[in-house]
Design a protein around this ligand. Structure first.
Ligand SMILES: *Cc1c(COP(=O)(O)O)cnc(C)c1O
Length: 573
């Protein structure tokens, strides 16, 4: 009784995200953003935090990836059956889209935390017989379709999300916008104060009321990565009243509605996802008080079974409280190494099952898997093929595992995959390079934990945080990365891994990065792996103790509680 009363008194946070990775078999996410959303809610459930999630159903998912012999991506639908995982809710709400009434239903997914507390996620669905054919498909494809389709989806998520939470009887204290896709929720909240057709009556005080209920996390330092919709489209989709209101509130910039700016205008707390990202975001949005809360990953989800067993033996408290991972520093090095050998074996078995390729267990294995898009530079390792061959002959043999999908309309991203295939052919007799198809949560679990070194080569400063290196760290896999995103703060040279280049400033010097990449591999990392394994295992262990203990979603959620959810509103003392 006492405990439930305490929970009831906690402020209720609604977390809205266009994608949420709820489980490997549910195609409701595409990559890092969705994984982060899922890890956030999983940590909230573990920690007994009063939170609900809202997203779209994405009946046809993102897509399934196949690659032909030259690395050309072929996309297919990734179908899943919501009935297998979700419970339909009785409540129905209506949103106005292009002046039509679009009916929305919600499905419920329950995340159960370690101690029995639950977090509910509502997945909004427009596939109802009362809706027209086009509207029924609005919640089918994650990041599919054109701008019009995307804006309609954002109406369902933002405006529909608020209505649905009301209809289900939730009294929300804080709306957390995970990226700008849900920013229209601010208009729904204003509409609760004034009907939309009288939004000309909105006062600065009204805006402050809305602001006091909203928190915004921005996830990209690249202006092109932010959703923008031209005025005519906004007027078509949202209707004249709302679009006039947005205009009056000065939400249009250069003739378009920028969802990041809308979210910034109406949030009491704004954060980037690493310290470096805060710095970049402050430069981009000088009129807003941007803070940072660095991302983290859900430790029990991303720790491989061999490491779970090891931690359970030496630091049994680690699941309840991830801080205890600090004490990994006293686990014997042989045990660290042995658990890793086992995780590597599990990965190689999975590779064999998927591809029929046998990887050599004793060969140093480098991993690179994430969204295939230009700035991630999957091809940087192949800048000088001859050098890479020489290096592997002199320092020790290498094999490399790749994975990652390119967005169906991202031609540069698709070209990256083809380049890896070309390099793989050129290296054939020297270094084995394998590109695994259909990178997803399950495959990420194997790759991030089973390789010997986690490579990351983004173009600075485009990586807001990155989280796959955090998954690797939990499994004792050191990162070898450009100093961008979380690595600027998680990197201690030869202690938690290695940097590519030695500065995080954004002056582009690809030649210097390439030479640092090859030099460190040839003279430091590969020789250490082969000739001085205890030194290598010491780096692995420090990666766990220093980074696993901090870059987890438990610490992250605690920081959101302290800084964003329960902190005094802007302007208050
Ligand atoms: C963790 C993860 C990502 C994020 O990778 P980054 O290197 O942080 O960009 C993307 N996709 C999947 C499936 C993941 O599990």
């Amino acid at each position: 009784m006492l405990e439930s009363a305490a929970i009831a008194k906690q402020p209720l946070v609604a977390y809205l995200s266009m994608e949420i990775a709820l489980g490997p078999a549910m195609a409701t996410y595409s990559g890092g953003l969705g994984i982060l959303a899922g890890d956030t809610l999983r940590a909230a459930a573990d920690m007994g935090i009063n939170m609900v999630g809202v997203t779209l159903l994405h009946r046809r998912g993102y897509f399934r990836q196949q690659l032909d012999s030259e690395g050309r991506q072929v996309e297919g639908p990734s179908l899943w059956d919501p009935q297998d995982y979700l419970e339909p809710m009785g409540a129905r709400i209506i949103v106005k889209i292009e002046s039509r009434d679009v009916h929305v239903q919600a499905w419920r997914y329950t995340i159960e935390g370690q101690h029995g507390h639950t977090v509910t996620v509502y997945l909004l669905d427009t596939d109802l017989p009362v809706n027209g054919a086009w509207d029924r498909k609005l919640t089918d494809h994650l990041y599919g379709g054109d701008d019009r389709y995307r804006l309609c989806q954002e109406v369902v998520l933002g405006i529909g999300g608020v209505s649905m939470l009301h209809a289900l009887g939730h009294r929300i204290t804080t709306y957390h916008m995970n990226e700008g896709h849900s920013a229209l929720l601010t208009m729904a909240l204003l509409n609760d104060l004034h009907k939309l057709d009288s939004l000309y009556k909105v006062t600065p005080e009204d805006m402050e009321v809305v602001r006091n209920h909203c928190v915004f996390t921005t996830h990209t330092p690249v202006p092109a990565g932010m959703d923008k919709f031209p005025r005519s489209l906004v007027s078509d989709v949202l209707g004249k009243d709302l679009s006039t209101a947005l205009q009056r509130l000065e939400c249009f910039h250069d003739g378009s509605l920028n969802m990041t700016h809308l979210a910034l205008m109406f949030s009491r707390y704004i954060n980037g996802v690493s310290m470096r990202h805060e710095e970049i975001s402050r430069g981009m949005f000088p009129n807003y008080p941007v803070n940072s809360i660095s991302n983290g990953v859900h430790a029990p989800t991303w720790t491989s079974v061999p490491y779970q067993r090891l931690f359970d033996r030496y630091i049994p408290e680690w699941r309840r409280d991830n801080h205890y991972l600090r004490y990994a520093i006293s686990i014997p090095l042989e045990e660290i190494w042995q658990a890793h050998i086992e995780a590597k074996r599990l990965l190689f078995e999975e590779v064999r099952k998927r591809t029929d390729i046998w990887l050599a267990p004793h060969v140093m294995t480098i991993g690179f898997a994430r969204r295939a898009t230009l700035y991630k530079r999957a091809d940087l390792l192949f800048a000088d093929i001859d050098r890479l061959i020489r290096l592997s002959k002199q320092a020790g043999p290498l094999q490399i595992l790749y994975g990652g999908k390119a967005h169906p309309r991202d031609e540069e991203g698709k070209a990256m995959i083809r380049k890896v295939f070309e390099a793989s052919a050129a290296l054939r007799d020297h270094v084995k390079v394998v590109y695994l198809e259909d990178y997803d949560m399950r495959l990420a679990g194997y790759i991030c934990s089973g390789v010997d070194l986690w490579l990351n080569t983004p173009r600075k400063p485009d990586e807001a945080s990155g989280t796959s290196g955090m998954k690797a760290a939990l499994n004792g896999v050191p990162s070898f990365s450009v100093l961008d995103g979380w690595w600027v703060e998680g990197h201690f040279e030869s202690v938690t891994g290695w940097s590519i280049g030695d500065s995080h400033d954004s002056v582009e010097d690809t030649a210097a990065e390439v030479s640092s990449l090859y030099n460190k591999l040839e003279y430091q990392i590969v020789p250490m792996f082969y000739a001085r394994w205890t030194e290598y295992a010491r780096v692995m262990r420090s990666a766990i103790a220093l980074n696993g203990s901090f870059y987890n979603s438990q610490r992250m959620i605690a920081q959101y509680m302290i800084n964003a959810y329960t902190a005094p509103a802007r302007g208050e003392a």
